[in-house]
Design a protein around this ligand. Structure first.
Ligand SMILES: Nc1ncnc2c1ncn2[C@@H]1O[C@H](COP(=O)(O)OP(=O)(O)OP(=O)(O)O)[C@@H](O)[C@H]1O
Ligand SMILES: [Mg+2]
Length: 335
């Protein structure tokens, strides 16, 4: 069963806007934007293949969050764009030999009928929003790479001249490009904000050799992806990767190499800036949430909204503008 928002058909999806999914599948978890489930192994699949094993199912809704608050109004079709961008990058990363990934399929037909209410015609609303991946033991480190100085990196730098223990040149301005990209790990906090940690602290928690591998892979993926995006007019200022160890058999029990999981290089996991408007020294317009943030900021300044939940409904022009920017980013990156 899907909750459908009264507003708007999605222009990118034959189905409707999806605000929340409620599938009859185990382990439902609701993030700010995506709902995740366990997709039980396909009993008809070849034994000991990934498809015969339990998989993870991620459904990208049309929810949008800003200032850490999920808005009550969906951006119809945003989840479809997000899914396409993430799948594009995961395939791109595989095909460029950068890292193996969890991506198995984006085919909504893989979901069993039993996951839907008997009379449901709503399966089609999931088309384009579904990512099915190999289930992993998640490595509890957010692998952040920064090519530019913004966000918590900029905050840390102003206080200490370093980010996650990586010393940086003095005199850098907000949003300046770094001499070279830095790996700045963070803890995966269940609640509240992730906390930046030093490489050594991360190594003490998951092991030095594993951290060295994660740093090397993360920097390699970022460098290649940032170059691809730059050529298409988009700066990937920073991004976050997650890795995991597959729980399904690989055929080689000694091969425990991590794979890239979750989403990658989307506007939700990265800062995307339009390259032609880049100007260090102050905050940059963001590719995706600029319209929403500016609108909410104006409400906050006029005392209408105090940045705590629940968020206000978004007007049609903010929805349209946001969707147009999402679509532009997706089209540029995948061109
Ligand atoms: N292949 C995988 N195997 C196991 N867990 C995975 C896999 N891919 C992603 N995950 C996990 O699934 C979850 C996806 O949740 P999601 O990012 O939507 O919400 P969240 O992280 O709880 O909240 P937020 O909205 O703040 O990101 C993450 O915890 C991620 O670590
Ligand atoms: Mg997440």
């Amino acid at each position: 069963m899907m909750d459908q928002h009264p507003r708007a058909q999605s222009p990118t999806n034959p189905g409707s806007a999806v605000f929340r999914s409620a599938l009859n599948l185990p382990d439902r978890r609701e993030g700010k934007v995506r709902d995740t489930y366990t997709l039980p192994g396909d009993t008809l699949a070849e034994p000991n293949t990934p498809a015969s094993q339990d998989r993870i199912l991620m459904v990208a809704s049309d929810r949008i969050s800003a200032f850490d608050v999920v808005m009550p109004t969906p951006i119809p079709g945003k989840g479809v764009l997000l899914t396409r961008v993430a799948a594009f990058w995961l395939r791109w990363i595989e095909s460029h030999g950068l890292c193996h990934t969890h991506l198995l399929s984006t085919d909504a037909d893989t979901i069993p009928d039993s996951a839907f209410a008997p009379d449901s015609t709503l399966r089609r609303d999931l088309v384009g929003r579904v990512t099915i991946g190999r289930r992993c033991r998640v490595i509890p480190i957010e692998c952040v790479v920064r090519g530019y100085l913004e966000g918590s990196g900029w905050k840390d730098y102003q206080q200490t001249g370093a980010v996650c223990g990586v010393q940086l040149p003095s005199g850098l301005r907000q949003c300046d490009r770094l001499p070279e990209p830095v790996f700045t790990p963070a803890t995966k906090a269940d609640e509240g904000h992730d906390e930046n940690i030093s490489f050594e602290t991360a190594a003490a928690s998951v092991g030095e050799a594993l951290m060295a591998w994660l740093r090397e892979r993360s920097l390699a993926i970022y460098a290649a992806a940032a170059e691809h995006a730059q050529e298409r007019g988009i700066i990937i200022a920073d991004t976050k990767f997650e890795f995991g160890i597959p729980l399904d058999p690989t055929g080689d029990p000694t091969n425990e190499e991590p794979i890239l999981i979750d989403e990658a290089l989307t506007p939700d996991s990265s800062r995307f800036w339009p390259a032609d408007r880049y100007e260090p020294g102050h905050a940059q317009p963001s590719y995706d949430k600029q319209f929403v943030r500016e609108y909410l900021q104006s409400l906050a300044e006029s005392g209408v909204w105090d940045k705590s939940p629940p968020g206000p409904e978004l007007p049609a022009e903010v929805i349209a503008g946001t969707l147009a920017r999402y679509r532009e980013a997706a089209e540029r990156l995948m061109a």
